[in-house]
Design a protein around this ligand. Sequence first.
Ligand code: HSE
Length: 428
Amino acid sequence: MSAPLRLGIAGLGTVGIGVVKIIQNHADLLAARCGRAVTITAVCARDRHKNRDADLSDYAWEESAVDLARRDDVDVFVELIGGDEGIAKDATEAALDSGKDVVTANKAMLAVHGQALAERAEAQDRLIRFEAAVAGGIPVIKTMTESLAGNALTRVMGVMNGTCNYILTRMQSAGLPYETVFEEARQLGYLEADPTLDVGGIDASHKLAILAAIAFGTRVAFDAVEIEGIERVSIDDINRAADMGYRIKLLGVAQMTARGLEQRMSPCLVPCDSPLGQLEGGTNMVVIEGDAVGQIVLRGAGAGEGPTASAVLSDIVDIARGIRLPVFGQPAAALQTPHPARTAVPAAYYLRLELADKPGALAKVATVLGDAGISIDRMRQYGHAAGSAPVLIVTHKTTPEAIDHAIAALPRTGVITGDPVELRIEEV
Ligand code: HSE
């Protein structure tokens, strides 16, 4: 057998301890699969004295992640600290500069600094692997860089934040408003320390930007993602959308068009009976479309100790086996700078309006839509209460520009009370 692969693990939270446990519990299995032992040399975390659910007594303790990254007896630096700046990035750079490969779960760091880190790694013939950074236990990076390497990928989309999917599905099943379920999620410990990373769509957009780079051979362009979180999704819309045969999901979609790279993270409607529509709770789903393979759907746990540690181990095992690939699937220097484009691909839209109880009110709305070139597919009006009634409209496919135009014109009809709600219906 070859020499053991020696790891230095920085960050002993849920994922770090999950990785330690797998390496301890599956030592023989890993050695058999890798043709060499996988061992841990040293670890570090913020608080040495915290009670942890694993025996760390065989490992050297380092106070500094940077010192850990530079140790001569570490081959692979495993970065499980998190955060786009600061110690995680400093230690990753130190590891690369001292000849170590890096395995990380840090989507924020890769979304913001992925290109610079990839160039730094490849200039020194080093690897950065990050299966755990996107969709937890789902093997989406490996699927895209390896299994689908023979395809031109045309679209990548999915639900990539389990907390948002939990909130939206719990609102639906319990009939509870957003604020109540948000508070429940906080108490269950589902929310990131900064909850806007989850509910503001930022965490999911980090992941989408990474997938888009791999899919389209472009530099990661997180700043170009059009982001809208789930804060404005109301229980009314969840119920009304269900009446029309849809579920609301925080959906990320990336596709390359003639106008440029479209990357969008926003609440969208998907058909109830589609795989995405049936996705419950904290589960993630990634849908990938390629010219040869067609559409494939990957589903699984997007977070948590076991699933995320499983993804980290997939990278460690590849390195132990001697598998070496460019960071984003092709050499970083060859990645194109994408031309970002606002979403222009046509789609059907869901509109919810509060319509005054006046003769001709509906005709005025239809005229505004008609003038914007929007054709109505289906419509439903509910009973009047306090002089106005909710009206739901599902349009035929139209452009986001036409919808914006119509939404701006609707208040001028004088028959709309409250703000109209528009949500895109994504074709899946
Ligand atoms: N907060 C994230 C989620 C964890 O809910 O999916 C993994 O990024």
